[in-house]
Design a protein around this ligand. Structure first.
Ligand code: M6R
Length: 590
């Protein structure tokens, strides 16, 4: 949560460069923004409530070669201009942008107040420049003072601080990601690579408990605690600038839904030996657990069914935020599979920590290469979906399910069969997502846009897809949507169905088809307007969204038209599907 971006170097347009880069990080938070520049030897700060995407290139920061900025997702302190970052010290020589939470900020702020510091915001972040300023009275060295300040902080954080006197940027990380971009004419430091991707593809990752200081020419990484210097490799990233842009589409969400024409095939393209090794590791593990959050958690739930039906192996799913109490079952022979698009989700990292403390091994399935989860896991597989910018996760989910399904096939010595099925599914998705099909879904959205409630039912692996459908519709269109296992309806939720209530039934050509059709009939008998997502039509459907028959991969196919329906519901209702209210793309707080 919160986007951080800064630059120091030989360029003299650092202010507008930072503003442009922050626009690529807006998915991390978009309630307010701000940029600090060094002008005339002092910090000049521009901040506003609202989205940075609406801001033209700033003219306030001409001739500046040191800048740091932020897009905020508020935690401590409401959405106000004063609470927006950057925050400065009393002398306007230090500015800080911060991600995470400093838990003991009240205590530190009281101590600083007694030393004469005054504060203008309600944030925890504002103590950082003041505490560094206080320590600089003793050492004069910006980096040492920043290091000392970090030692006082409890909690998880990543911050970037600029100092006009030394003309340097310092970044420190304990929990929240920060990455250095190595440019030809300076250094970039950001919470995410898209901020600087158009300037450089060479990166250096800051690990937890590390700090970096740069004046634009030299750069030094060090241990946050001891100050000992650390040598870092430069790594070239593989994502292209085009992949991270909207192109011909109105929104990233629609682009990413359409990307699924190819992204499922990219997910399947894994190193076979590695998949077989991991399949063996799961087969041999004494207890395998699957965790993720939100949409990634739904991929884990679907995988419980894949592992049961395809590999005949029991694995245990838990939402990452609920994993804490599972620690009793963990031992060195256990395996934790974590699934995360961003690779930075705090609850998932916490689950990994618990597993590691018990000596268990961790397999990560991520989209973002070099993310914390990707690097900290014992084994890691990338789904290769390319950058996912919309807050609503779409192509990452189908990629995650494809990889998990591939592993399930490999566990039963049927890797080739799994590859064939998934590649065929990918080409069926390609055929399905044609303009006529997308228009049909748009028309359905038009028809039901004013409904206040929507229900989705599924069975087997379509049950987690029903839950996922509800998340998608809720988060972007703000329509009340709920997903159920079809068989659960008559145990309570059916009381909510009224004349005309839209109900989506996710159906496959499988052994549970008759059951889910019966559930749809029960809904129709209470007045439900039945939208069937199915390979074959059925008389119970008021509207039939045809999907290809994909066998065991049906869940991967069935979710796609519902993603599109959620998108069009948002657009028809005048909402921004890429940046839904109250949310951020990467949830780095617990
Ligand atoms: O980056 P992650 O996959 O770990 O993120 C997990 C969830 O925060 C994410 O899937 C969230 O639920 C999405 N907004 C759903 O579309």
């Amino acid at each position: 949560m919160c986007g951080i971006f800064g630059y120091v170097g030989q360029r003299n347009d650092a202010g507008s460069l930072v503003i442009d880069g922050l626009k690529n990080l807006e998915y991390r938070g978009y309630d307010s923004w701000g940029v600090a520049c060094k002008t005339n030897g002092k910090v000049t700060i521009e901040k506003e409530i609202g989205k940075i995407s609406t801001v033209e290139r700033a003219d306030f920061a001409q001739q500046c070669s040191l800048a740091a900025g932020h897009t905020r997702w508020a935690t401590h302190g409401g959405v106000t201009k004063l609470n927006a970052h950057p925050h400065a010290n009393s002398n306007q020589t230090i500015a800080v942008v911060h991600n995470g939470i400093i838990e003991n900020y009240q205590e530190i702020r009281e101590g600083l107040k007694q030393k004469g510091h005054s504060f203008v915001s309600e944030t925890d972040s504002e103590i950082i420049p003041h505490l560094i300023e206080e320590y600089m009275k003793e050492t004069d060295d910006f980096a040492s003072a920043a290091r000392r300040a970090c030692k006082d902080f409890d909690g998880r954080f990543g911050f970037l601080a600029l100092n006009t006197e030394s003309n340097t940027l310092v970044a420190a990380r304990r929990g929240s990601p920060l990455i250095v971009g190595v440019g030809k004419d300076g250094y970039f430091i950001a919470s995410d690579i898209p901020a600087f991707m158009e300037h450089t593809k060479l990166v250096q990752y800051l690990d937890d408990g590390e700090m970096v200081v740069t004046d634009g020419t030299n750069i030094i990484f060090s241990d946050l605690e001891t100050g000992e210097e650390i040598q870092k490799r430069e790594i070239e990233i593989t994502w292209s600038v085009e992949q991270a842009q909207k192109g011909e589409f109105d929104h990233f969400m629609l682009k990413e839904i359409m990307d699924q024409k190819e992204s499922v095939a990219r997910a399947v393209n894994q190193n076979e030996d590695q998949i077989i090794t991991l399949a063996e590791a799961i087969n041999n593990a004494q207890g395998t657990f699957l965790v993720g959050c939100g949409t990634a958690a739904k991929a884990c739930m679907a995988a419980e069914y894949f592992f049961s039906v395809i590999a005949e192996k029991h694995v245990n799913f838990a939402p990452a935020s609920e994993f804490k109490l599972y620690h009793h079952f963990l031992k060195p022979e256990s395996l934790l599979i974590v699934v995360s698009q961003s690779g930075e989700t705090a609850d998932v990292l916490e689950a990994m920590k618990i597993a590691k403390s018990k000596g268990s091994k961790v397999l990560a399935i991520c989209n973002v290469e070099g993310s914390t989860i990707d690097r900290e896991a014992d084994y890691s597989l990338l789904i290769n979906a390319g950058p996912e910018r919309a807050v609503a996760s779409t192509k990452a989910l189908t990629g995650q399910m494809a990889v998990l399904m591939l592993i399930a096939y490999a566990m039963n010595d049927k890797l080739r069969e799994g590859q064939k099925l998934l590649l065929e599914t990918s080409s069926k998705i390609n055929d399905m997502l044609n303009p006529r099909y997308v228009n049909f879904i748009e028309e359905l959205a038009e028809k039901i846009q004013d409904k206040s409630d929507l229900f989705i039912i599924g069975k087997s692996w379509n049950y987690p897809m029903a839950l996922e459908s509800a998340i998608k519709i809720q988060e972007v269109s703000y329509v009340h949507a709920e997903g159920f296992a079809g068989g659960e309806l008559k145990h309570g939720p059916i009381a909510l169905i009224e004349e005309g209530t839209p109900c989506i039934a996710l159906v496959g050509n499988d052994e549970v088809k008759a059951d889910i059709i019966s559930n749809a009939i029960e809904l129709k008998a209470r007045g439900g307007f039945i939208v069937g997502v199915a390979p074959e039509n059925n008389e119970v459907f008021d509207v039939w969204i045809k999907v290809p028959d994909a066998g065991t991969a049906q869940a991967i196919v069935n979710i796609i038209p519902v993603q599109a329906l959620a998108y069009f519901l948002a657009v028809k209702r005048g909402k921004d599907p890429d940046m839904p209210r109250n949310l951020a793309k990467s949830v780095t707080v617990k």
